[in-house]
Design a protein around this ligand. Structure first.
Ligand SMILES: [Zn+2]
Length: 240
């Protein structure tokens, strides 16, 4: 459950990432009534088994039954876990727009939330989850070859977000930024390892924030849209 918006006194409009239909919006009539069959089973972030009724000519499907598979209570009761989860979800709402179902994306979302539910550290899971989601959406950063000549960038740490990744010394124009070697190591690890392993990687203070900003720059350029992330300011306040 990526988003829950109150629609009327008792109904909700839900944005879901579903296994079978990808991203969808669903109406849950009467969901807020205490005796509703939905009561307690449509919480934000939870994973539920939801039955839909689809009618010709209707824009939105209607939920008819729901039962919780994973509740993620430990995320909703921990402000830091909750803030990181909301930031991840906000990122998904921005970047996953089509309704093409993707089983890997569904499982990635579940796995990110499973890891948040396990407690800190949250930043490596967040950054790796975002990196993996970008690749599943067809936006992969180039970390092993020069984006201009295709050659080996060897020891160059030059980075060109618009070009899509690393630049070798021979292709440098002087406008590139340098990125810390530790971030490249992290990106390489997140490509090849599950979140359970990536979460063990420690970076220096501020390292993951820098990593997040790199991912955001890259995504905004390649998706050609500015990202407004309200949860990021909430998270910054919590971390002060
Ligand atoms: Zn080059």
């Amino acid at each position: 459950m990526l988003r829950r918006v109150r629609w009327s006194e008792s109904s909700l409009i839900l944005t879901l990432y579903s296994l079978d239909h990808g991203r969808i919006s669903v109406m849950a009539r009467g969901a807020l009534r205490p005796r509703s069959p939905f009561y307690g089973s449509l919480e934000l972030l939870s994973m539920s088994d939801i039955t839909l009724s689809r009618r010709e000519g209707r824009e939105m499907d209607t939920a008819t039954e729901a039962s919780v598979i994973r509740h993620y209570e430990s995320i909703r009761t921990d402000p830091l876990a909750f803030a990181h989860s909301c930031l991840f979800v906000e990122w998904l709402l921005f970047s996953v727009t089509g309704s093409e179902p993707s089983h890997p994306m569904f499982h990635l979302i579940g796995s990110v939330l499973d890891n948040f539910a396990m407690g800190p550290p949250f930043w490596p899971v967040l950054c790796s989850g975002i990196e993996k989601a970008l690749r599943l959406s067809g936006f992969a950063m180039e970390i092993d070859r020069c984006v201009r000549c295709g050659g080996d960038p060897s020891d160059s740490l030059l980075w060109d977000p618009a070009g899509g990744g690393r630049v070798c010394r021979g292709c440098a124009l002087g406008s590139e930024k340098e990125i810390p070697a530790g971030i490249l190591v992290f990106f390489r690890k997140t490509r090849s390892s599950p979140l359970e392993e990536v979460r063990k990687i420690g970076l220096w203070k501020g390292g993951y924030r820098l990593c997040f900003d790199l991912l955001r720059d890259f995504a905004e350029i390649h998706m050609d849209r500015r990202m407004r992330l309200r949860s990021l300011s909430v998270l910054e306040d919590l971390e002060k």
